[in-house]
Design a protein around this ligand. Structure first.
Ligand SMILES: Nc1ncnc2c1ncn2[C@@H]1O[C@H](COP(=O)(O)OP(=O)(O)OP(=O)(O)O)[C@@H](O)[C@H]1O
Length: 742
């Protein structure tokens, strides 16, 4: 039977069918001439209708769709009699799949479609060993301290009045209370290692005393007076954000001028700004070093005034391999003779400051490279009030952590359910804008998920160069959306392969409260490029769909919510089996425990109950009055994504690339975590399903000729397992380096 035209079903012999489906214009032979002529007319007629319908549907891949149609039995092409056959067929498929906790899989036109709810690996975690206590009294651990003031910390006007009036900041946080006196006092000439929880206000902890010390000199300064502080951050986004805070602070003292030096911007205009003079330079390591080596005016401006060198997000600087760049920067700076007589009220030497929310990894090594005779200032205290073991950086107490263990096949639909539940809960509760960040392992996966959730049915409007999409009436991709409702959701994507302009515009749109974003649920799909230091307002939920690559990444990702005393929640997806062991790894950091959610009853059921999810392959969706079982709805939802992938070759390519890249990224989990995150433990076919693919792509989609060459060489030399692992790790490291694109 061919689905391409039902007319064949009764008229053509098997041989004729074969030839007709492979090439409709083939010459027909055999049988009576009348039958042949009838068959020819039917074929012509059927082809015409198909073409017409595809054009109606706006399918630009007509030729390809025709080929693909042989494998996709679930589609209809608008032919009058076709829907009856295909509907019945897919209905039985849907029924088999959704009823089928008993059915393993179904075979339709030689294609195995595996059921979502069967053959999944058993979840072994039965008891939550780190339970969150709903009744415990929680005091926000990174909130401003109500009993303290900035006056007590030696901060003077005009900053003192500027903070509450223009920045709504009235009380210092605990890390600010500890750091500010140290940096404003000229008698303390130790370097500083600032270690504090995410969202505890580290940026102001160093910017406020630096600007305050310059103002306290009571000497006339302007942009020509020289550069007083150099601040280096690992990502362009973070550098831009620090620059914004510096600009806001210096609004009360316009004569002080901050300057931003980041890759991706025109070097010429940066040079021009440097020549005019800057009092605070904020930049990424590569670009700062570039200017130090090639823009002479920078070193000239440093000699009289430079007293503070600050490295923000020290662990990320090391992780991204900036150690050598930083060494070179320090070498140049330390070779500039400092002229102390011009500003005698500044410290007599350069004070180095290193900030980090985490102390793991080789951030301490950076401390030894960058700091001299340093003092560690940390606001991490245990319950007895003593400094904690330096290895533990607690999650903010008010952050509600949730964990769900989801079989690989069900990851996509469970993500849809989580997003839907958040949309329903928060959009009904409050008028304000609500923000959710979904962390994924790689740029391709971000592209796929953004496409899967934002462009269904074409009911969307692009707001920023295809990276920001406002969903419009008729979009039903999340279970909570009805065709007649305005979805009130905007989707965003952010990863290192986007141009700097798009990245900046996307983040700006996501962070801004205005008429377009007001009252909406803003959902950002992103890689770890957005995990460090970004301070985005009102991020209420973090979703870690893909596990973090280190504990530090986990802490930084979830640290985008629950900032400066505000509430927030986070949900981590793990897969059944070895991944469940990850809970032991992160347990020391989650002192307030977590909630363990059952993916089916706690997430899918509330999202998919009392509704009827329509199939996307009907010309006109039938509205069913009767609500269907939640698992039937979840299955139909997933089949809709699968059908879209079968019909849209671009989307299929995106899904295949995302799957391959995700596996490659997964192989780069550290050796220490190989017992938990090991690609050997994953059922790859099941994982492919979570990218809407009915089977795993045959090749792992090697992307560049360089990679292909590497593979060829590896094959020639009969590569062993260890070498293979290193090769994949090298490939991914290269990709991850370009991911950040410094
Ligand atoms: N004293 C304060 N009172 C109220 N809000 C504050 C105060 N200090 C800082 N904030 C706000 O807290 C938020 C987090 O600050 P910041 O980005 O400096 O945190 P951080 O410690 O650097 O976090 P991360 O480690 O994630 O980079 C910002 O929105 C900032 O405006």
């Amino acid at each position: 039977m061919s689905e391409d035209g039902d007319f064949f079903i009764n008229l053509a012999t098997p041989e004729q069918q074969k030839s007709s489906t492979s090439n409709a214009s083939n010459k027909l032979s055999g049988g009576r001439w009348k039958d042949r002529r009838k068959l020819r007319m039917m074929m012509d007629d059927g082809e015409g209708k198909k073409r017409g319908h595809r054009n109606d549907a706006g399918d630009s891949n007509g030729a390809q769709s025709h080929k693909k149609s042989k494998t996709d039995s679930n589609r209809s092409f608008g032919n009058k009699s076709t829907p009856q056959v295909t509907n019945a067929q897919t209905k039985s498929l849907d029924n088999k799949l959704s009823k089928g906790k008993s059915s393993q899989s179904v075979n339709v036109d030689d294609q195995i479609v595996s059921s979502l709810f069967t053959s999944n690996r058993e979840i072994t975690t039965a008891v939550n060993t780190n339970k969150h206590d709903d009744n415990a009294e929680i005091i926000a651990s990174n909130a401003p301290l109500s009993a303290d003031t900035f006056e007590d910390l030696n901060i003077h006007d005009p900053l003192l009045s500027h903070l509450p009036n223009k920045m709504s900041i009235t009380k210092p946080t605990s890390i600010q209370k500890l750091v500010i006196p140290h940096l404003t006092s000229l008698s303390n000439d130790n370097d500083l290692f600032i270690h504090a929880q995410t969202g505890s206000g580290k940026t102001l902890a160093y910017l406020l005393p630096v600007i305050s010390t310059i103002l306290n000199m009571n000497t006339r300064v302007d942009r020509k007076s020289g550069t007083f502080a150099l601040i280096i951050a690992p990502t362009r986004e973070l550098a831009s954000q620090i620059y914004d805070v510096a600009c806001t602070l210096t609004n009360c003292c316009h004569f002080l001028v901050p300057c931003l030096l980041i890759g991706g911007e025109r070097k010429k205009s940066e040079k021009a700004r440097l020549r005019k003079g800057c009092n605070l330079i904020i930049g990424t390591p590569g670009r700062v070093l570039d200017h130090l080596q090639h823009t002479q005016v920078v070193t000239e401006q440093f000699s009289t005034s430079l007293r503070y060198v600050i490295l923000d997000e020290g662990d990320k600087l090391m992780e991204l391999g900036f150690e050598e760049t930083l060494r070179q920067i320090f070498e140049i700076i330390h070779n500039i003779p400092i002229e102390t007589k011009v500003f005698p009220k500044l410290p007599a030497r350069i004070i180095h400051v290193l900030c980090s929310a985490t102390l793991q990894g080789n951030v301490k090594k950076l401390g030894n490279v960058a700091l001299k005779n340093y003092k560690l200032i940390s606001n991490s205290k245990n319950k007895a009030g003593k400094d904690e073991n330096s290895a533990t950086t607690a999650v903010p107490d008010q952050l509600l952590q949730k964990i769900t263990i989801v079989p690989p096949k069900l990851r996509l639909v469970t993500l849809a359910a989580v997003l839907s539940n958040i949309t329903v809960k928060h959009m009904k509760e409050q008028d304000g804008t609500y923000r959710t960040m979904v962390f994924l392992s790689c740029a391709d996966s971000v592209e796929f998920h953004f496409e899967a959730f934002s462009s269904t049915d074409s009911f969307h409007r692009d707001l920023v160069e295809g990276a920001v999409r406002l969903l419009t009436k008729g979009n039903t991709i999340l279970p909570c959306f009805k065709e007649d409702d305005e979805p009130d959701v905007i989707f965003y994507k952010l990863h290192g392969s986007l141009s700097q302009q798009t990245r900046s515009a996307t983040l700006k749109h996501f962070a801004t409260n205005n008429a377009t974003t007001k009252g909406k649920h803003l959902i950002l799909f992103c890689t770890d490029v957005a995990s460090r230091g970004l301070d985005l307002p009102q991020v209420g939920s973090i979703i870690e769909l893909d596990p973090p690559f280190s504990v530090e990444d986990h802490l930084h990702r979830i640290g985008r919510t629950a900032r400066a005393g505000r509430s927030g929640e986070s949900i981590l997806f793990l897969m059944p089996g070895e991944e469940e062991g990850y809970m032991d790894t992160i347990k020391p950091y989650h002192k307030m425990g977590w909630k363990l959610l059952k993916f089916d009853t706690d997430i899918l059921k509330p999202a998919f109950s009392e509704i009827s999810v329509g199939r996307n392959d009907m010309k006109e969706r039938k509205k069913k009055d009767v609500a269907l079982e939640w698992d039937t709805n979840a299955t139909t939802w997933h089949l809709n994504v699968e059908r879209r992938i079968l019909e849209d070759s671009d989307f299929k390519e995106s899904a295949s690339k995302a799957y391959s890249s995700h596996i490659r990224a997964y192989t780069t989990h550290t050796a220490a975590e190989k017992g938990i995150f090991n690609v050997k433990f994953i059922h790859l076919g099941h994982l492919a399903k979570s990218f809407g693919l009915r089977e795993r792509p045959k090749t792992m989609g090697l992307q560049t000729s360089k990679q292909q060459k590497e593979l060829g060489e590896a094959k020639k030399s009969k590569e062993g397992n260890k070498n293979k692992m290193w090769r994949i790790a090298r490939m991914t490291a290269r990709e991850s380096a370009s991911e950040f694109n410094y």
